[in-house]
Ligand binder design. Structure first.
Ligand code: PNS
Length: 159
């Protein structure tokens, strides 16, 4: 039986750090679905359609990796997709508290799913979407931290 893992997030926008986690997860699971949250407490810079398109472009050519959007509860989405695991990246200790809380809540809502934390390569430990957005907004070069389509989309947003 094929083992599917979902990798949820806001992906506003997808970064090279996210792609590093996807690559690691793809060595463990048969199929990875990047799940972009439609409804989030955050107010995203990119629309759900833009985030979807940027993620699809960024994983182009990768076998067994797909991108979807989801609304509502992640645990319900995981149940509907029959996911064996939820993948989350852990960069530093400060990520832990929120991640621990989410993992336990998701487990209580859908006990069959495990949350698996993966560490990115050291060079991505300081990269996240919000710092990338801020640097891009202030005219900094983010090309080392995001796929080229994302760098271009950020450039256009902040013209
Ligand atoms: O990339 P992010 O913003 O850290 O991802 C957070 C995300 C989207 C995974 C989380 O907010 C989420 O799961 N949202 C869906 C709604 C939900 O299930 N909330 C309860 C989480 S325990």
């Amino acid at each position: 039986m094929s083992r599917l893992a979902i990798y949820p997030g806001t992906f506003d926008p997808i970064t090279n750090g996210h792609l590093d986690i996807v690559r690691r997860a793809s060595h463990i699971f048969d199929e990875i679905v990047i799940c972009i949250a439609e409804n989030t407490e955050k107010t995203p810079l990119f629309t759900i359609e833009e985030r979807l398109e940027l993620a699809i472009t960024s994983i182009a050519g990768s076998d067994h990796i797909t991108v979807e959007t989801f609304g509502g509860l992640l645990a319900e989405y995981a149940r509907m997709r029959k996911a064996a695991a939820i993948i989350r990246g852990l960069r530093a200790v400060k990520d832990f508290e929120y991640e621990f809380q989410m993992a336990l809540m998701n487990k209580s809502l859908y006990p069959e799913v495990e949350t698996i934390f993966l560490m990115p390569s050291e060079r991505f430990t300081y990269v996240n979407s919000s710092i990338v957005r801020e640097v891009a907004r202030l005219g900094g070069d983010v090309t080392a931290h995001v796929p080229s389509a994302v760098a271009e989309a950020l450039r256009k947003k902040f013209l």
